[in-house]
Structure formats: C-alpha cells, structure tokens
Ligand binder design. Structure first.
Ligand code: FAD
Ligand code: DHB
Length: 403
C-alpha cells in the first residue's frame, strides 16, 4: 500500500469557515504555520449565505489583521437598531448608549472571501473537498489529521489541532465520551430567511415582535434586503411562494404610521432551525474546539460569527505564546476564558429570542409580559444600555479575560 502524503504543520486546522480561516491568518501574522482542510469546495464556502452583523470588536480585529479594506469600503456602519412592537418602532441608539460603538453589516461570506484572498496572497495552504477526515493522537504529543484528497491518502502530523469544523463537524465527536459535558436547548421554531432585490425600507435593522411571530429586517447592500420571519423549525419551503412571504412580512412589520417593506425579486430562500448549545470544556489534550464546533446560539442576538472570531483571537494568541515562550500556560486557560464570553452571549441570545418570538402556547399573559419588557428596554436607559453593550459586543478584556 502506498504511504500517505505527509504535510507537516505546527497547527492543523479542520474547517475553512470564518473560525478556521481567521485562525490561520492570525497564526500567520504571529509566524506560526498551519494547514487548513475543508470538506466543501471554495465556491460553496464563498457563497454560503449566513450571518451579516459584525460587532465593533470583530471589525477592529479584521482591520488590525489587515483584512478589513473591502469591509471598510462596502460594509454598512449602523449606529442604532429598531425594536418594533405594538405596531410602533422604537430606536435603540447603540452609539450614544455605548459611548461610541457601532455594528457593521457585512455578509459573512464576504469576510470569508477576504480571508481566502489574504491566505492566497502568501501561499498559505488550504485543501478543499477533502474526505474521510479523522483526527488522532491529540490525547498524546503526536496529533495527526488523516483524510483523502482527490483520491490520495494524506496526513498532517502537527503539534496542535484546531477543530473549526462547525456544529456538524468531526472534531467534537472524536473526543472520547465522558470528557465533554453538553448543554443544549432547542427552540420550537426556526427562521425563514430571504434575500431580495429590494431597497431596504429602513436604514437600520428592525427586530419586530408581532402576535403572529418574530420578523427581522436586515440588508446586504443599499439595494438588497435580507429578511427573516419566524416559522416552524421543519417548515416546508414549497409552501412559501414569494407572495405569501411578502404578505406575512408586511403584516409583521405593519405600524400605526403605515410602514411598508419594499418588495422585489427573491433570489435566495432558506430555513434555519434554532438551538443553544455549549460543549465544555473546549479543549481535549492537544485538540482545541472553536466557533460553532463548540457552541451554537440562536441567531437573534447576531452572536455566532462574532463568538467564533473571539475564540480564534484567543486561540491564536495562546498558540503564539506557546511558540514564543515554550509554555502552555495560556493554552491551558483557553477554554475557561472563552467559555465566560460564550455564556454571556448565550444569555443575551436566549434573552433576545425569548423577548421577541412567539412561543407555542404563548397566551395573552406571555405576550403582554414581552411587551412590558420591550417597553422597559426602550424607555429605561439602564435597560437599553444592557442591550446596546451586548449587541455591539462586550470588550475582549472582560474581567479575568485579560490576555
Ligand atoms: P462554519 O461557518 O460552520 O464553518 C465550518 C467549516 O467546516 C465549514 O466550511 C464546513 O464545510 C467545514 N467542515 C465541516 N466538517 C468538516 C470536515 N469533516 N472536514 C473539513 N471541514 C469540515 N452570527 C453572527 O455573528 N451574526 C449574525 O448576524 C448571524 N446570523 C446568522 C444567520 C443565519 C441564518 C445563520 C444560519 C447563522 C447566523 N450566524 C450569525 C451564525 C454564524 O453564521 C456561525 O456562527 C458561523 O458560521 C460560525 O463559524 P465557524 O467557522 O465556527 O463554523
Ligand atoms: C442578520 C442576522 C441575524 O441573526 C441578526 O440578528 C441580524 C442580522 C443578517 O443576516 O443580516
């Protein structure tokens, strides 16, 4: 039998989503070499429609890492969001409530394209369309990643493995049972999301609480709207022809002053189920989990991508410390430090979800309670500050999180 092709690396990275690609880039800036492997094609990853909201800290990190040039040109900086309930819109002034922070609307797949571009510019290896990925030896001092690449058996012997392969990846399930503890909550609804060639009807995002269910207005460009509406988690898209989607969206965003969405051709549709999930710890020996491989949040707080970025920022720093100083002190704190932020984001995402969605069996009392909470958040400054601080993103140096 032919020997496997061997590609040696300091760090082997499984998954070329935002977590894996940004980790590879940050490690490169620190002089640490890595190899990235990805199950899908480059085209598939570059076109996958996902998140859109970048926290201030994410934007700052992408800029500092030299991959923010197009984001600065094409990203839409937002200083506020709107909460719509009881048929009225209420603005949350993120900028004044947080002492000057903002969010940037820039699609996740554009971030991914920018990171691919950066990786290509210095010839950093990424292997696409790999198959039968297995990770081994991470409980000892000789980890390796084995896989098939266009018919060849390959292996990456490395010092450390980064599991950046998303919720359905192979890294987390490769950890022997009994080591991780899982915390999970599934929600009895999903989001039906569309992209439409229609000028966004508002310059800022609108999160709407309506008796019939949640709806969200977002955007990708000044001519493309991104819209979501709460639906069943197993919703059959064939039951949602475009006119039905628009009718439902118009109803959920209706206000006393006659707000109307601009309609236009729908060119992408999808349903996302919603769950909260955390695996603890985020490390097993020389394997480190980052991003969706370790945790999932419901999308209402726009935290998933931003958490993935925060994880790899910490992991790149800890790995760089390891190669600079020879000690694993920072690496050993990786999980503990990340999980503090993960749980803050879990709480925020759960809170936003529970305040804005219609729950099964939600009666008049529950809806009135949601309205009271929304009234508080939009009228009491202290409550609005909590929302704004969390939405724009907690600083990286949380107490105890100083690097
Ligand atoms: P992924 O993006 O899932 O990347 C994992 C990669 O690993 C993939 O490319 C996958 O193909 C690859 N892979 C899997 N298995 C293997 C294997 N065996 N071998 C090799 N490669 C493998 N987050 C926000 O912050 N803001 C938002 O506004 C927001 N909105 C969202 C809206 C929707 C509709 C959805 C679905 C998500 C949203 N999110 C949002 C969440 C965000 O998209 C994810 O949290 C983010 O993609 C996580 O990045 P990741 O790199 O950890 O994982
Ligand atoms: C988008 C997604 C979110 O989950 C969110 O909370 C806000 C905006 C978006 O895709 O634009």
């Amino acid at each position: 039998m032919a020997l496997p092709k061997t590609i040696r690396a300091q760090v082997g990275i499984v998954g070329a989503g935002p977590a894996g690609l940004l980790l590879a880039h940050l490690l490169h800036l620190e002089g640490v070499e890595s190899v990235v492997i990805e199950a899908q094609s480059r085209k598939h990853v570059e076109e996958r429609v996902r998140a859109g909201v970048l926290e201030q800290g994410t934007v700052d990190l992408l800029n500092a890492a030299g991959v923010g040039e197009r984001m600065r040109r094409e990203g839409l900086v937002h200083y506020g969001i709107e909460l719509c309930f009881d048929r009225r819109g209420h603005r949350i002034d993120l900028h004044s409530l947080t002492g000057g922070r903002a969010i940037t609307v820039y699609a996740q797949h554009e971030v991914v394209k920018d990171l691919f571009q950066a990786r290509m510019s210095y010839g950093g290896p990424i292997l696409f369309e790999v198959e039968s990925v297995r990770i081994e030896g991470f409980d000892g001092d000789a980890p390796r990643i084995r896989f098939r690449s266009y018919g060849d058996e390959c292996e990456i012997p490395c010092d450390y493995i980064a599991g950046c392969d998303g919720f359905h990846g192979v890294c987390r399930p490769s950890i022997p049972s009994g080591i991780l503890r899982f915390y999970e909550k599934t929600y009895p609804f999903g989001w039906l999301g569309i992209l439409a060639e229609a000028k966004p009807a508002s310059d800022e995002l609108i999160y709407a609480n309506h008796e019939d269910g949640f709806a969200l207005l977002s955007m990708r460009t000044p001519r493309i709207s991104r819209l979501y509406l709460q639906c069943r988690p197993d919703e059959d898209l064939s039951e949602w022809p475009d006119p039905r989607i628009w009718e439902e969206l118009q109803r959920r965003f209706e206000t006393v002053d006659g707000f109307r969405l601009n309609e236009g051709p729908v060119f992408q549709k999808g349903v996302t189920a919603m769950r909260s999930f955390v695996a603890e710890p985020m490390q097993c020996g020389r394997l480190f989990l980052a991003g969706d491989a370790a945790h999932i949040v419901p999308p209402t707080g726009a935290k998933g991508l931003n958490l993935a970025v925060a994880d790899v920022r910490m992991l790149a720093h800890a790995l760089a410390c390891r190669y600079r100083t020879g000690t694993e002190q920072m690496l050993n704190r990786y999980s503990e430090i990340c999980l503090r932020r993960v749980w803050r984001a879990q709480h925020f995402s759960w809170w936003m979800t529970s305040m804005l969605h219609r729950f099964e069996g939600c009666d008049g009392f529950d809806h009135r309670r949601q309205l009271a909470e929304l009234n508080q958040v939009t009228s009491l400054r202290a409550a609005a500050v909590v929302l704004a601080e969390n939405y724009t993103g907690l600083p990286f140096d949380l107490p105890g999180e100083r690097l």
